[in-house]
Design a protein around this ligand. Structure first.
Ligand code: GLA
Length: 378
């Protein structure tokens, strides 16, 4: 009898030890297969969750955020990130960079050229005459190594010296954490063995009404920036830091995207809407609020904080209904917006911009937080 009890107690203890932890702040991550790349590399889908119902899906291909399920004011949970149900969706073009980590250099480098330490480097050119988002096979098209822990996932990619034309072997690490405050926290870090340039960002397209649920024109946006970087016809910054005052780019007070997205202004025409880098106020002082976006009907709000000096506000101008996303949703123009925290585009050719160079021995570190909340809407 005593023996039987002891066995039962032992079994119970073993069962308890195996059960997922339930206390607040210690939900377990989950992992499942997400298929294989054409070259046979296995891709995994990790799900990170908090105890309040928020969930982020992240795949090892491109360190892509495939879903962001966030609670709303009425107790529902809605996926607010555009994406695909399958790996093929992410691999087949045209590439919108849904949810991806973009690197080695996010956004454009003019003519795919820059000089560093007296050497001229030539990059893979993939956007007219320019290099965009790391080139033909950027960080968004590589399989990252994953290390999960609790509500976090650390992903590492080693980019070889000369890859896509960039100098130096760069070891990049991105840690995603779903916090108990309903945040997706992204911590970037990188080391190089030779001086290089880098600009890492996350390219999630948000629709706070739910992915695929119409356009984002009614979303109300505030951006903490007095200036932006106007562009030329190839979307390369001209070098000017222009005041947003009396332009369609003034988001210092909350205003709906749709109010001025088609304004008769040269910069809006060049971008086919908003596709511009904002010079964040008070950059360099640590993590600061860059932008806030609210969707009036659901009352759902996204607050973006970053340690980066800029943010690319992009209103999904190149989406045109050819991409079929999650749940069969068709993504039309302006069905999502991006707030890509970053160094300014073309910084390697603009010594007057904050430097995007990294030297051996120095560690690049950067943090961006996407925080979700909800107040009852109208
Ligand atoms: C960034 C660029 C845009 C476009 C998208 C991806 O936001 O600035 O011009 O290339 O990525 O479609």
């Amino acid at each position: 009898m005593f023996q039987k009890l002891a066995v039962a107690a032992g079994l119970m203890a073993a069962l308890i030890a195996c059960a997922p932890k339930k206390e607040t702040g210690s939900q377990e991550w989950k992992k499942q297969s997400f298929g294989k790349t054409a070259s046979g590399e296995e891709v995994e889908l990790y799900t990170l969750a908090n105890s309040r119902g928020m969930e982020a899906g992240v795949i090892t291909y491109g360190a892509i955020v495939t879903s962001l399920k966030v609670p709303d004011a009425k107790g529902g949970i809605v996926d607010v990130a555009l994406g695909f149900d399958t790996l093929e969706g992410y691999i087949l073009g045209p590439d919108p960079y849904f949810g991806a980590i973009v690197g080695r250099y996010g956004n454009r480098i003019a003519k795919g050229r820059f000089s560093l330490g007296g050497v001229e480097y030539k990059l893979a050119v993939n956007n007219g005459a320019n290099a965009l988002h790391g080139g033909l096979r950027g960080f968004d098209k590589q399989v990252w190594k994953a290390k999960p822990a609790g509500q976090s996932l650390e992903l590492t990619y080693v980019s070889k010296d000369g890859e896509e034309g960039y100098p130096g072997t760069l070891t990049a690490t991105v840690a995603y954490t779903v916090t108990e405050q309903n945040e997706l926290r992204i911590e970037y870090s990188a080391l190089t063995d030779k001086e290089t340039v880098l600009n890492l960002t996350n390219h999630t397209y948000f629709n706070l009404a739910g992915q695929g649920e119409g356009d984002i024109l009614g979303h109300i946006v505030t951006i903490n920036a007095d200036r932006f970087t106007p562009v030329d016809a190839g979307l390369i910054p001209t070098g000017e830091l222009r005041s947003v005052e009396r332009t369609a780019f003034d988001f210092r007070q909350p205003i709906a995207i749709g109010e001025r997205v088609n304004a008769a202004e040269e910069q809006i025409k060049l971008g086919k809407g908003y596709d511009h880098n904002y010079v964040l106020n008070g950059a360099g002082g640590g993590l600061a609020v860059a932008a806030t976006v609210t969707e009036p009907k659901s009352g759902r709000t996204l607050q973006v904080s970053t340690t980066e000096p800029g943010v690319q506000f992009y209103t999904g101008n190149f989406l045109d209904g050819t991409l079929k996303g999650k749940g069969g949703k068709v993504y039309q123009q302006r069905y999502g917006f991006c707030l890509e925290t970053q160094h300014f585009p073309d910084s390697p050719n603009r010594p007057e911009f904050p430097s995007a160079a990294l030297k051996p021995g120095a560690r690049f570190q950067s943090t961006t937080v996407f925080k979700f909340s909800a107040t009852p809407g109208s």
